[in-house]
Design a protein around this ligand. Sequence first.
Ligand SMILES: Nc1nc2[nH]cnc2c(=O)[nH]1
Length: 172
Amino acid sequence: MINEEAGAHLERCVTLAREALEAGDDPFGSVLVDGGGQVLCEARNRVVTREATEHPELVLARWAAANMTVEARAKATVYTSGEHCPMCAAAHAWAGLGRIVFISSSRQLSEWLVQLKAPVSPVRMLPIQDVAPGIVVEGPVTSLVDAVRELHEKRHRLTGKRVLPITGSFER
Ligand SMILES: Nc1nc2[nH]cnc2c(=O)[nH]1
C-alpha cells in the first residue's frame, strides 16, 4: 500500500515523464530518495535528446554508485513511472540500491506498446525480479497507471505523426 509520501514521489515521476515527452524523449521519470525520506536526485528519459541508453533509472544507479556509501545505497528507494528495464534493473542491483516502487509494470507497458503499434523493444521486457531477485519491489500503483498510459499513448501517436509520408504541398 502506498502512503502519502510515496504518492508524492510517484506524482513527481509522472511530471518528469511528462517533461521527457514534451522534450521529444520517451515518457519515463524517476526519483532517488534516501533512507530518511530526502530526495537526492531526479532524472528523466533522454534517449533522443542525449543518447540511446539514457534511462532515468540508469542515471540514478550511476549517481548513487558515485555519490553514496554502500550503507546509504542499501537504505535508498527508487520511485519510477515504469518498472525498470533489464539494463536498469541490473545497474540498480550492481549499485546495491534498496527498494523500487514503480507505477506501471513492464507487462503493462508491453501490452500498451503492442496496442499502439509502437516499435518493438530491442530488449526483452522482464520483471525486475527475474533480473535482480534480491531487490524489494512494489507496483503497479493502480491509482497512477492511467496517467502513465496516457503519456505512452501520446508518445506513440506523436511518433506515428512523424512518420506520415510527406504530402503534395511539399512537392516542387
Ligand atoms: N523503465 C524504463 N523502461 C524503459 N523502456 C525504454 N526506455 C525506458 C526507460 O527510460 N525506463
